[in-house]
Design a protein around this ligand. Structure first.
Ligand code: 5IU
Length: 277
């Protein structure tokens, strides 16, 4: 069997044990898009407008739902309808970080009820395995998937070295629910990084990578940008996450500009994947 970076998304989908990972990998090949558009905007109308414009060009829309001042249940209903219409998954970038019992409640309850609408969410490994167990109690029956934050894109972050290795080991103990990582490179195929952990070896983790930009290197607040080629081809990641490079900041670029930038990142991401194969 070829290494993960030499397999097509479809080949990987066919063999993946987690339904939502299969859904994502199949969607990527169907749309020829490994682009996830990150929409960090402060109001409902902008979020929906950007998701509608970007939807046809991406495999996933990533939200930070707690940024939206006028959140209501109708936002979720409309976002789900857009996901259906344009064929993309929804990832709520919640970055859970508490003990199992608390994250279980944060995931299922409160104002946002994230588990009821987000196909994917993510968590910091810092509390230990209980965070995965707690989230899985809610997410598994709903066929959701979890990404662990093995690395971050921001300057000076602490998710390096042993921390990353421990995260990989944790993911390998939960291959029914942990579908992948947020990471900057293919952390799961580097034996040194993996710390020689045998459990779950051979599992296929989807690597979703933020800090992607074609025009700038940073944002003056620690963000560090790399190109789609650096991320997908040179570092072996699977999905590029692009926010301000596409929507532009504030309430967002006009639709035509969003579409133009989406096409540019979609093409760059796909070329990097083909070059990698
Ligand atoms: N994000 C990062 N870096 C990380 C993680 C998440 O940038 O390490 I974990 C999020 C933050 C933001 C998006 O929602 O990804 C990147 O947005 P820009 O492309 O606008 O920088």
């Amino acid at each position: 069997m070829p290494s993960i970076t030499k397999r097509t998304y479809t080949e990987r989908a066919a063999a993946h044990p987690i339904a939502v990972a299969r859904q994502l990998l199949e969607c990527i090949d169907r749309k020829k898009s490994n682009l996830c558009v990150s929409v960090d905007v402060p109001n409902k109308a902008s979020l929906l407008r950007i998701a509608a414009a970007a939807g046809p060009y991406c495999c996933c829309i990533k939200t930070h739902i707690d940024i939206v001042s006028d959140f209501d249940d109708d936002l979720v209903a409309q976002l789900q309808a857009l996901a259906e219409k344009h064929d993309f998954l929804i990832w709520e970038d919640r970055k859970f970080a508490d003990i199992g019992n608390t994250v279980k409640l944060q995931y299922s309850s409160g104002v946002y009820k994230i588990a009821s609408w987000a196909h994917i969410t993510n968590a910091h490994p810092i509390p230990g395995d209980g965070i995965v167990t707690g989230l899985a109690q809610v997410g598994l029956p709903l066929n959701r998937g979890l990404l662990l934050l093995a690395e971050m894109s921001s300057a000076g972050n602490l998710a390096t070295g042993d921390y990353t290795a421990t995260t990989v080991a944790m993911a390998r103990r939960h291959t029914d629910f942990v579908m992948g990582y947020v990471a900057m490179r293919r952390v799961d195929e580097d034996p040194k990084t993996a710390g020689g952990v045998a459990e779950g070896e051979g599992a296929d983790f989807v690597i979703m990578t933020p800090g992607v930009g074609l025009d700038t290197k940073g944002d003056g607040m620690g963000q560090q940008y790399r190109t789609p080629d650096e991320v997908i081809n040179q570092s072996g990641c699977d999905v590029i996450i692009v926010g301000r490079g596409i929507y532009g900041g504030g309430d967002g670029n006009p639709d035509e500009k969003i579409v133009e930038e989406c096409k540019r990142y979609q093409q760059a991401g796909w070329k990097a994947y083909e070059d990698r194969l």
